[in-house]
Design a protein around this ligand. Structure first.
Ligand code: ATP
Ligand code: MG
Length: 569
């Protein structure tokens, strides 16, 4: 596919091109995106997806979709399906030459187990039977070396026997672990005999009760990469200190003849952090479970399912990732950058329409009650070839409440008694007054129209007015529920310091209004997107829209009203 997200050069591409020049991989480029199926993917994952699938695509390679399901406790099949859907939706595929590259770490459990035995046989792993507390104490600190476990000198035979009995289910959780035998005095704590297997009598969503020992991610991941012939294993910066262990595991297994060199290369890049959002799966789960939002795909959620439901296009998210770039250093990206990518993506293509979100009746007293006439406007102002939309003009219209003001402030050019405005694509009217109810609330505005002022006619040039407001005919308007979404958090850094992110939830992030829309929008299909003039970009909700009765979500307003968050932290 053509893909904007892959256009920019970055340090990872430089490494790949160097490898291609030196012939290290024979020109092969194979990456992987390895989500753990313990939640829905979020905007941070989009960066990793665009990067991994993007570079693979650009160098005629392939990116594997690999479910890293080594942890039985929190993983669920629901998440697997949701991940597959959303990566496809983003525009990526994992088939090459008729072969699907969808993998599950759990399919490698037997191999992972066998390779652990090989490490034991070669004196590179041992069963430790210290308690968790003892292990923690003996691990040392950043400044002090660790202490060898009293079990570190167990014989190969004893280790093999114990490890096999661990697998056979003879021991309860936490009684033994398998550790790599590296160096308890290493300045890198990750090399102080890291645990590679633990006992967990837990049901796994794919392997059921077949296993009661599970490999740790840090051990399994490099092996999964090597089994799949990954060339460049791209991951986020927090794994930098794990890289020596990644190389150790694969080096040991290569020495044992399990894998051939060259071995996959781990390369780290900065995580994506977006202001006004959180990207911790645990906290996203909390928002869902505690009912702060209406599910994983709530349009306020920074999940990809939420962004999709909100109305973001896959191309806008790829454009965003492209603009963010790929670097080695962590930094905050303003939420405004994501919203602007959506505007830039939709502005050239979204058809225009009129929506009155806060309706107030406008009555044209000199327009006959039984009359109606056709008005037209371009479907897209920059694409006249797309033609015109048609909508009726009539005596009673809906306008925005804020487009009338009895006591106009200075510089207010819209409707007030005695003032003239143009009803966009229609006539010039002069305001004559307003009706009020017993509480003094305006219930209708009255005006007179000028029959020779219709837009597009010669007479219209004789009218110079400063205000130009939108409207829909009351008789023809489509009544519709419109959900006005805004940022989920009111604080750019809801999750920093000792803040409770729940306190930062923006109570105004969802407002539901009954609006009146231009007649043509009644036919909108789920996920059809429009620019509602003067308001912003909207989408027909993919879940709640009914045939002939769309429900709309505001994706973003036309302009950023938040301002750029200060780039601190
Ligand atoms: P967990 O704490 O559950 O491991 P995670 O965010 O690391 O959370 P994974 O499912 O392991 O979730 O992530 C899959 C891949 O996406 C990993 O390679 C990870 O590095 C990458 N990734 C996750 N979050 C981000 C982010 N904010 N920016 C860029 N890449 C990310
Ligand atoms: Mg992870």
């Amino acid at each position: 596919m053509s893909n904007e997200s892959t256009a920019a050069s970055n340090f990872i591409r430089t490494i790949i091109e160097d490898d291609n020049r030196s012939g290290k991989w024979g020109g092969r480029v194979e990456t992987r995106f390895p989500p753990e199926p313990n939640g829905y993917l979020h905007i941070g994952h989009a960066k990793s997806i665009c990067l991994n699938f993007g570079v693979a695509g650009d160098y005629s390679g392939v990116c594997h979709l690999r479910f890293d399901d080594t942890n039985p406790e929190k993983e669920e099949t629901e998440y697997v399906g949701a991940i597959i859907d959303v990566v496809h939706w983003l525009g990526f595929a994992w088939e090459k030459d008729g072969r699907s590259h969808e993998y599950y770490a759990s399919d490698y459990f037997e191999q992972l187990y066998r390779y652990a035995e090989i490490l034991i046989e070669r004196g590179k792993a041992y069963v430790d039977s210290q308690s968790a507390d003892e292990m923690r104490i003996n691990r040392g600190t950043l400044t002090e070396p660790g202490k060898d476990s009293p079990f570190r000198t167990r014989s190969v035979e004893e280790n093999l026997d114990l490890f096999r009995r661990m697998r056979a289910g003879e021991f309860p959780d936490g009684t033994h672990v398998l550790r790599a035998k590296i160096d308890m005095a290493s300045p890198n704590i990750n090399l102080r005999d890291p645990v590679i297997y633990r006992i967990r009598h837990a049901h796994h969503h794919r392997t059921g009760d077949a296993w009661c020992v599970y490999p740790l991610y840090t051990y399994a991941h490099p092996i999964e990469d090597a089994i799949e012939n990954i060339t460049h294993s791209l991951c986020t910066l927090e794994f930098q200190d794990q890289r020596p262990f990644y190389d150790w595991v694969l080096g040991q297994l290569a020495d044992a003849g399990v894998f051939k060199r060259p071995l996959p290369q781990q390369i780290e890049f900065a995580r994506l952090k977006v202001t006004y959002a959180i990207t911790s799966k645990r906290k996203l789960l909390q928002l869902v479970n505690e009912g702060h939002v209406d599910g994983w795909d709530d349009p306020r959620m920074p999940t990809l399912a939420g962004l999709r439901r909100r109305g973001f296009t896959p191309s806008s998210i790829r454009l965003f990732c492209d603009r963010v770039g790929v670097a080695k250093a962590d930094s905050w990206i303003d939420m405004g950058t994501l919203e602007q990518a959506l505007r830039d993506d939709l502005d050239p293509i979204a058809p225009r329409a009129t929506a009155v979100l806060d309706p107030l009746k406008l009555i044209i007293d000199n327009y006959p009650a039984d009359q109606q006439e056709d008005c037209t406007a371009p479907i897209h102002p920059h694409h006249p070839e797309q033609g015109l939309r048609h909508f009726p003009f009539s005596r009673e219209l809906w306008i925005e409440r804020e487009d009338f003001n009895e006591q106009p402030p200075k510089g207010y050019f819209r409707l007030f008694p005695g003032n003239r405005v143009r009803l966009r694509y229609g006539f010039v009217v002069e305001c004559t007054g307003a009706d009020k109810d017993a509480d003094g609330k305006i219930t209708a505005v009255h005006c007179q129209y000028f029959p020779d002022s219709k837009s597009g006619t010669e007479g219209s040039n004789n009218y110079k007015v400063k205000g130009n407001i939108h409207w829909v005919s009351a008789a023809a308007a489509v009544p519709a529920e419109v959900r006005l979404y805004d940022r989920l958090f009111a604080d750019p850094y809801p999750d920093s310091g000792d803040k409770n992110f729940l306190d930062a939830i923006n109570p105004n992030a969802k407002r539901v209004v009954q609006a009146y829309l231009e007649p043509g929008t009644a036919q909108a299909q789920p996920e059809d997107r429009f620019q509602f003039e003067r308001h912003g970009y909207f989408v027909a909700d993919r879940v709640d829209s009914q045939p002939g009765k769309p429900v709309f979500n505001r994706i973003v307003s036309l302009r950023d009203s938040w301002g750029t968050a200060k780039p601190t932290r």
